[in-house]
Ligand binder design. Sequence first.
Ligand SMILES: *Cc1c(COP(=O)(O)O)cnc(C)c1O
Length: 459
Amino acid sequence: MQYISTRNTKQIFTFKEVFLNGLASDGGLYIPKNIPSYSLQELKSLKELSYEQLALKIILNFCSDEFDETEIKDLVSKSYKEFRVKNVVNIKKLENIILLELFHGPTLAFKDIAMQVIGNMYEKILSDKNKVINVVVATSGDTGAAAVNALKGRKNINIFVLHPHNRTSKVQRKLMTTVKENNVYNLAIEGNFDDCQKLVKSMFVDQSFNAEINMSGVNSINWARIIPQIVYYFFAYFQINNSSQKINFSVPTGNFGDVFAGYFAKKMGLPINKLIVATNKNDILKRVINTGIYKPKEVLQTISPSMDIQIASNFERLIFYISSDDDQITLKKMEELKKNNEFKLNNEQMRIIRKDFISESLSEDETKNVMKKINKDYNIFVDPHTAVGIGVLDKLSIDGTNVILSTAHSGKFPETAKEAIGKDPELPDEIKRTMEEKEKFDILPNDLNSIKKFIKERA
Ligand SMILES: *Cc1c(COP(=O)(O)O)cnc(C)c1O
């Protein structure tokens, strides 16, 4: 498979380049040149596969130049060995909603599902070289933990995680900062997630810094993050599909990575009806989907911190696809954004978006009420991000079967559960032990040069 950038379709990249660079040097995001697709007949042949068998088939489409089938098979089985459920994900049916639980990996959020695969890919790609790679990643809370867990102790890799100081939950932070391996560096930045993301992007486009430290990235702009997330849309669809029912997925959304994976599954032939972009008060995606105006505002701190984002980086990939796959239109929109801090989509682009997407947001009180009601009705805890996915569906009335991506374990946000429900959710035992360990992180100002210096000295 060949890859291109959303801002330049003429230059061709390999999977390895896409994987190691993360972001194209023209500032664009990598996408496949051609989209692999399944006919209805072919979909039937995938229906009976186990999660790992399905993952092998889907992932192989995107990186068979780099890995052969046996290597991917091995990589997938290594990646999911320590998940707490047999089929990686769990489907929980409540009355009229279905939860697709994606949080049974080591750091209790859906990000483990892709990040474990990425960790094993690094090891394979780097094993025949004596080159050290420095992974730099921004996190609003969950990506960092997942990345640290996937990369800690690996040979020839250092990982630098930038998280917004005092803006993640305590459990989220401790899952990153309590690891002992000395290839892991946690940087608490005095700013919000968008600041962290901006810092990382600036380092990526700084060619000399980038080359000097052999920089690589695992944020959701990295195409390799998207690939393993496509798998669970297929898997859930096959598990749930009762013949002719329309199936909708409600996706708690921040950076537009997870829901974009669903969009890609649809482009690959999976007959998904609607994708519901569920946001908290940071509702830039709701605004652009409903009005056509993409305009970042100040980031607000909420009880669903992994969605406290106003610059949804992956949206650039959607712009490309709703603009007749035109790199120049995409580039122009992104330049407009840089210059005016906003851009506007035209009627045709809006028409195309609305075929696949619906969006709504949830307030803090509404989110807590959902957590409370779910606990009362079904005696289970849902985390605040999942609650946004559930609550948004309630506000919209959409035909068909609704599947909500349950993106994190409730135990990751005990403060909010206590406040909403008055009770503490349980943590899995191995995580409880982590909470007792000593933390290690450095607090740094929101300043590019100080951070570059910190990284250079340790890279
Ligand atoms: C990262 C995250 C999200 C948002 O996912 P995006 O791919 O950034 O849209 C939602 N919920 C949880 C728990 C997360 O960790």
